[in-house]
Design a protein around this ligand. Structure first.
Ligand SMILES: Cc1cc2nc3c(=O)[nH]c(=O)nc-3n(C[C@H](O)[C@H](O)[C@H](O)COP(=O)(O)OP(=O)(O)OC[C@H]3O[C@@H](n4cnc5c(N)ncnc54)[C@H](O)[C@@H]3O)c2cc1C
Length: 379
């Protein structure tokens, strides 16, 4: 067993770390306050080839492994979790849907441009009445000549209004339950698609999250992804990779909170000494540092499995809930260690706390992850 990174991985991680520190971190606070979509960050990521890290070079990607992509998500999220989620949805859900399930023509039309950062991808599964129970979705699709016609609503869609293409799931026959669900590639300017107002969120303020409204939305038949009735399988095939991605986002946020806490504890003086001298603070820092190491091992192990096509459902869910629960804990503890200053928007730790919360909710809530783990270990 070897717990060290290979030279190549260590170099990759360093590249992503410097990129995140120099190019992403400086504007993170400003973007969180203004809510401006981080288009500039995405352009920088695209220029460096980071919008398609694990995508084969023949499809316009960097041709690196999944682990390298996880390092990038971790480092980018450490600097700006809003940019992190956009990158995660674009790659793990948007590009992978088409790479794994698209036709040759769809891959040529979309994957090459998505992986190069020339297009932004989004993924629309959730609905007002179908969140954890995604199979209960109600958006309808029917065939009409050489088009499919979509009617219904999607909610909470990351990058809505900013993305160029949406992977959309709709049912062609509710009686068939999940076997009626079908996936479509819907271009942003498709007639009948409108974007709702931006959600006013607690965190990830710079990421755009909106409703998609489909009203007699006419999608060309060639934009069917996979086959009719095969949509739910497509969505399920992306879960493990998507969850490892959000686990990496949690890891990045947790690291940011721990780094800030360590720095502050060493400099803040009370009772004529740094607060790091107090055991109450030391124990918080020790617990966080230990759990951070454990989370990192879980996340990297899950990515290791994915890179080798080993089963990773259990590993992905364990990593997702452990790392994102830790992100939340680290955010709360960082605010506590900063005391009153932690409660102020002048300091970054309250952003880490707000950003962390949603990582426990999306890509399958952490209750759903525990259900998956329990099912796997009770098999
Ligand atoms: C900022 C943000 C971005 C998002 N981006 C996207 C996106 O890009 N695309 C997309 O499709 N969706 C997206 N989502 C939606 C997200 O995936 C859902 O919010 C999530 O799956 C939970 O669904 P829900 O909100 O309907 O909660 P519900 O499913 O209603 O859950 C409510 C509560 O009940 C619990 N619960 C539900 N079922 C069970 C059960 N069987 N056992 C135990 N507890 C249970 C949940 O854990 C939760 O605590 C996003 C959400 C947010 C907030």
């Amino acid at each position: 067993m070897d717990f060290t990174l290979s030279d190549e991985h260590r170099m990759m991680k360093q590249v992503f770390r410097e990129f995140a520190d120099n190019e992403i971190a400086p504007r993170a606070d400003e973007l969180d306050k203004s809510g401006e979509f981080p288009r500039e960050n995405l352009q920088k990521l695209g220029r460096e080839g980071h919008m398609g890290i694990p995508i084969p070079e023949e499809w316009g990607g960097a041709g690196a492994d999944f682990m390298s992509y996880i390092f990038c998500l971790e480092e980018v999220s450490r600097a700006c979790a809003s940019t992190g989620v956009i990158l995660a949805v674009h790659t793990s859900l948007g590009i992978y849907s088409i790479l794994y399930h698209g036709s040759q023509e769809q891959k040529e039309r979309y994957v090459t441009r998505l992986a190069a950062g020339e297009m932004l991808g989004a993924f629309a599964l959730s609905e007002p009445e179908a969140g954890s129970d995604a199979g209960a979705l109600r958006t309808r699709a029917r065939r009409d000549g050489d088009h499919y016609v979509l009617d219904g609503n999607k909610v909470w869609i990351t990058s809505a209004g900013e993305a160029d293409v949406y992977v959309v799931f709709a049912t062609m026959d509710p009686e068939k339950k999940t076997r009626g669900i079908t996936a479509f590639l819907v271009d942003k300017d498709t007639p009948g698609l409108t974007i709702g107002p931006k959600e006013k969120k607690m965190g990830l303020i710079a990421s755009s999250t909106c409703e998609l409204i489909f009203d007699e939305c006419r999608v060309p038949a060639e934009n069917l992804l996979g086959e009719e009735g095969g949509g739910f399988k497509i969505a399920m095939s992306l879960l493990d990779g998507g969850r490892i991605g959000i686990a990496a986002q949690g890891l990045g946020i947790a690291q940011a909170a721990v780094d800030a806490s360590l720095e502050y504890a060493k400099t803040r003086q009370q009772f004529n000494q740094p607060i790091a001298n107090f055991q109450a603070i030391q124990f918080k820092l020790a617990d966080l540092a230990t759990e951070l190491e454990a989370a990192r091992l879980l996340v990297y192990r899950a990515a290791f499995h994915k890179d080798r096509d080993l089963p990773c459902t259990r590993e992905a869910s364990m990593a997702k809930y452990f790392a994102t629960d830790l992100a939340m804990k680290a955010g709360i503890e960082a605010v506590q260690i900063y005391g009153g200053y932690g409660y102020s928007r002048e300091y970054p730790v309250e952003r880490f706390m707000r950003d962390a919360k949603v990582t426990q909710i999306y890509e399958g809530t952490n209750q759903i992850q525990r259900i998956v783990v329990a099912r796997e270990i009770l098999k």
